[in-house]
Design a protein around this ligand. Sequence first.
Ligand SMILES: [Fe+2]
Ligand SMILES: [Fe+2]
Length: 172
Amino acid sequence: MRTFICEICGDAYLGTEAPSKCPFCGADHSYIKPGAEANPVFKRAGEIGEKSKENLMLTLDLEMKASAIYLCMAGKTEKFEIKQMYKRLAKVELEHATVVTKLLGIEMPKSSVEECGDEDLENFEKTVELEEHATSLYGRFAAESEEEKVKTFFVALMKVEAEHIELIRNYM
Ligand SMILES: [Fe+2]
Ligand SMILES: [Fe+2]
């Protein structure tokens, strides 16, 4: 067994081979490195400019809200698979929020409670809407980033959120 580290969230995966996606933040295989080689984005040197700070604060808010909405959805479904899927999505989004706090060197905000629908289909549609919004926003934030580490973070996140759309569409 070996230690692999995700360069987006910094979490360690213990296994014989690197996973195809980070189990914690969902980042693609290409960001998962043998432990000794990994240099997570939030550990990289360099100041973060005002524009990126602003975009990261918007991201923090969006990720915290998404996490709370997915927890609500997990609580509403009657299907065990869907419940577990939404609980995982909630953890993934919370992980994204955590990385933002590490990049900015700030405290984790308190989680809010969010509302959601009663029916799976309604919640799937809402999820796709949220993830489409996040994907396009992170594309813009990546383009606006002047810092390599912030750009890397947003490019990785954009792909994760786009894959959440694929995941949900499989159920619709
Ligand atoms: Fe990760
Ligand atoms: Fe996210």
